[in-house]
Design a protein around this ligand. Structure first.
Ligand code: ATP
Length: 683
């Protein structure tokens, strides 16, 4: 073992020098190309300005010049991103090595694995293999001994004769050793023991076997990952995207991927991973913001999920909570479908249409409406009939209609609808099912409660039709437990593509933990594959055990990293809590710490008090878009998905139905130290 490690070290060191040399040569070539490219751009611009006035009257020369310029700018951009990639390779060219003896060969070959492929020239065998290359799976999946990997040509078999792990920083080896295990636990412990960052880290050096299986899964249409807090779900989903982009460059671009993330801070927190892995960043969106934009035409503003949650945290009547839940359920969709089936008769008043001798009788219109155009959504069906009629008229007149004539026809056909206002139609429905109706107010005063946002969006899609988002080929849904049956139904109709859906039922924001796994197969059909991950990596054993005890989770596997015991303390005043936090906070040792409260009001009060003692604290609310280093004060629900070196949970001693989940979410945010503080009588 000693000897083997020495080989790995010495050969690694020699190889490092060779690779660095080649990387430097390649970079020097790139600098030249960049300079030439820039010169070319300058000359093109100069030529353009000198000759602008003389360019031909049809603009062909102008157009050609612009195109040439654009091409050169793009070429420079590509060279620039290649330069960035090679510079980061120069800093740390590889982290793994596998010596593989192909069946039938006499000598093993060494493969070095890094963040990206690097070959001296295109077409030559790589010196460094991208962690996503087929051969690299040997590094993650096997110990020394018999092994195989899936290459484009089929399964390749052989034997791993040696494996090495390296840490290289600024071009120097920090450590190198031979490891006959998958990924040495000591290395993982070091990675996990390091301080938290304001950005989620890339885990390519230490991806675990069960995680690798998910990252490299290209087969399943809908992949659902139910994973314990800190099991690496978000990391895996993002590494999976990087893997899919690498393997299907022809069909999949970063613009074809959409991440539905809970809020802007979370988007910021995960935003740098893909660029770090050599891919472009991808679109992220909160479903609530999307829904709000879709309904903007009918309502002035919409509440988001956090408004609803805050109401629940402030003891709103249970009837209201039941109504909210009911409005997101399967049964509610059924009721709405019943309403829709009978809506046509109530909504439309057919009558004859007459224009300059051209005529459509009521019977004709009914025929067209119920037969010819029956598949067109109701509120745009009259438009289809109008176009049909206009077509007949124009053919017969032998000319196109003028703009004012079109306006006349628009009004004529629109008048047959009682209303096209979704807000009013939704209110008819609420009346029908004996639910409290929305206030009958002008557009500027229409603020939609959260319970009505998705029902109204569903209604909109059924009455106006929905946009198919064909450009999107993969959707990632994080925090899956926080989406309702209705939301998944809408998502299923919007996106007919692959999905990675991940979450943890124990981290539900609602007081009822909902198991979305129970209904997702009903919505997405047989194409669903579910994977459960029970091993938690984020927290120390002490914190993970404490957190598991809060919710009664007993099937959790813990990674063996130890730290301080969890501190539980009760206080009689908020001032004493503040001084205890200030006593224990250690930002000399750590990077990030959080004070997590239950409600917005409580969080803001703690923030104001802490701010008086220390300028360097940040308050995070639902509009915050950047996660800062240092001390952050926020609510438990906004801290979901994030992690901090130290966590101070401040809760009142009044138990509510949501206390358990809130405590669990807070506790599992802590990497190294957890303090659970209780404030008596909420003072
Ligand atoms: N294989 C790994 N190597 C190194 N670190 C890892 C690995 N897997 C997970 N981690 C670390 O564990 C922590 C938790 O990961 P992540 O946030 O992806 O988990 P999660 O399951 O989404 O958590 P939660 O649901 O609690 O928000 C992160 O710090 C991540 O870097």
């Amino acid at each position: 073992m000693q000897e083997a490690t020495q080989d790995i070290q010495e050969e690694g060191m020699a190889f490092l020098e060779t690779v660095k040399e080649k990387l430097k040569q390649k970079l020097a070539q790139l600098y030249e190309t960049l300079l030439d490219g820039q010169k070319e751009i300058d000359q093109m611009q100069e030529y353009f300005w000198d000759n602008y006035t003389e360019m031909d009257e049809y603009g062909y020369e102008y157009y050609d010049n612009q195109q040439a310029l654009l091409q050169q700018v793009n070429a420079n951009q590509n060279t620039l991103s290649m330069k960035h990639r090679l510079e980061s390779l120069l800093d740390s060219p590889f982290f793994g090595r596998v010596d593989f003896l192909y069946d039938g060969d006499e000598e093993p070959e060494s493969f070095y694995i890094g963040i990206a492929n690097f070959a001296e020239d295109t077409g030559r065998q790589p010196l460094i293999y991208d962690w996503r290359a087929p051969i690299s799976s040997l590094f993650y999946d096997y110990d020394k001994g018999n092994a195989s990997y899936e290459a484009p040509a089929g399964i390749i078999t052989g034997e791993i004769t040696a494996k090495g792990q390296y840490k290289i920083k600024k071009g120097k080896i920090i450590y190198a050793f031979e490891s006959d295990m998958l990924i040495d636990d000591e290395i993982l412990k070091q990675e996990l023991g390091s301080n938290g960052d304001v950005q989620l880290k890339s885990i390519i050096r230490t991806i675990q076997k069960e995680q690798n299986e998910i990252i490299r899964n290209t087969k399943d249409q809908i992949l659902i990952i139910q994973g314990a807090a800190g099991s690496g779900k978000t990391s895996i989903a993002l590494h999976r995207i990087a893997y899919l982009l690498y393997h299907d460059r022809k069909n999949l671009k970063s613009s074809n991927i959409l991440i539905l993330s809970p809020n802007s801070v979370f988007s910021d927190y995960i935003s740098h991973i893909l660029p770090e892995l050599g891919e472009e960043n991808i679109q992220e969106m909160s479903f609530d913001i999307f829904a709000y934009k879709e309904l903007k035409e009918f309502v002035y503003d919409c509440e988001d999920r956090y408004h609803q949650l805050e109401r629940q945290l402030h003891d709103c009547p249970s009837s209201e909570i039941h109504r909210y839940r009911y409005k997101q359920s399967f049964d509610f969709i059924g009721q709405m479908e019943g309403f829709l089936a009978a809506l046509e008769d109530r909504l439309i008043d057919f009558h004859d249409i007459e224009w300059r001798g051209y005529h459509k009788s009521e019977e004709d219109l009914i025929q067209l409406f119920y037969f010819k155009f029956q598949d067109t959504p109701i509120l745009v069906r009259m438009d289809a009939i109008k176009e049909y009629f206009i077509d007949e008229v124009e053919t017969s007149m032998g000319r196109d209609l003028k703009e004012d004539e079109h306006i006349y026809f628009d009004e004529l056909f629109d008048k047959m609808y009682q209303t096209k206002d979704l807000y009013i139609i939704y209110n008819w429905f609420l009346e029908d099912i004996d639910s409290p109706v929305l206030p009958k107010v002008s557009y500027e005063r229409r603020i939609l409660k959260y319970e009505d946002v998705y029902p109204m969006l569903y209604l909109k899609y059924r009455l106006y039709g929905k946009k198919q988002h064909h450009r999107i080929k993969h959707v990632v849904i994080d925090e899956m437990q926080d989406y309702s049956y209705l939301q998944y139904t809408i998502l299923q109709t919007m996106f007919d593509c692959k999905m990675t859906i991940l979450g943890d039922k124990a981290q539900s924001m609602d007081e009822q933990t909902q198991d979305v796994l129970a209904f997702l197969p009903k919505i997405f059909g047989k194409q669903v594959r579910k994977i459960v991950m029970n091993k938690s990596y984020r927290n120390t054993v002490e914190i993970a055990k404490y957190a598991a005890g809060l919710t009664g989770i007993c099937d959790l596997e813990l990674f063996d990293r130890h730290g301080k015991d969890v501190v539980e303390k009760t206080f009689s005043s908020v001032e004493s809590v503040i001084s205890e936090i200030l006593k224990n906070i250690n930002l000399d040792k750590y990077e990030t710490a959080a004070v997590l409260a239950r409600t917005e009001k409580e969080a803001f009060e703690l923030y104001s008090l802490l701010k008086r003692k220390d300028e360097n604290v940040s308050y995070m609310d639902r509009d915050t878009s950047v996660f800062q280093k240092g001390l952050t004060i926020t609510t438990y629900y906004l801290a979901k998905g994030l992690e901090f070196d130290q966590v101070f949970t401040v809760r009142s001693d009044i138990e509510t139905n949501m206390s358990k989940q809130a405590d669990y979410i807070c506790a599992t945010r802590a990497l190294h130290e957890l303090y659970m503080y209780t404030l008596e009588n909420n003072k």
